[in-house]
Design a protein around this ligand. Structure first.
Ligand code: DQA
Length: 146
């Protein structure tokens, strides 16, 4: 598999990282996360594209766009839609791209409703509980799997 174009997707409320429940999600902002990923991708012939939305339809539209924009791989934190969105699951199933599901917190150590994901069985893998490092590990995997 040749990975060149990686789409990094962030779901609802992740635009508030840094201010939002820092005891759970830490002090890191979404800009910090994206900047670190860009650094990691430097000189590796990888093009990153970043997308955050609070709107389910916008996330679905962005996933559908990958059918035409050359995206090879998706790293996605669906945030609360992880536990609710059959529609986002269907979009990922439709585009058939390999993806890794990332969560900053360990969803299995939290409320029971967070322990169900509509994405995990379609994902290559799931990283949960490693904070911002989870995105970096996912990107390393995507780079190594070219
Ligand atoms: C999250 C976990 C979800 O349960 C929650 O709704 C989020 C963030 C995480 O990164 O830990 O918004 O996906």
């Amino acid at each position: 598999m040749k990975v060149r174009n990686v789409l990094i997707m962030h779901g609802p409320n992740l635009n508030l990282l840094g201010m939002r429940e820092p005891d759970i999600y830490g002090a890191v902002t979404l800009q910090d996360i994206n900047r670190n990923l860009s650094k990691l991708a430097e000189n590796k012939e990888i093009k990153l594209d970043f997308f955050q939305s609070n709107a389910e339809f916008a996330l679905i539209d962005r996933i559908q766009q990958t059918m035409h924009d050359g995206t090879d791989f998706i790293i996605i934190n669906p945030a609360a839609y992880t536990h609710t969105s059959v529609a986002m699951r269907d979009a990922l199933a439709a585009v058939k791209l390999p993806f890794i599901e990332v969560h900053l917190s360990n969803v299995y150590a939290r409320e029971s409703f967070r322990q169900r994901s509509y994405f995990s069985d379609l994902a290559i893998g799931v990283i949960s509980g490693l904070g911002a490092k989870g995105y970096e590990l996912a990107l390393e995997y995507a780079i190594a799997s070219r």
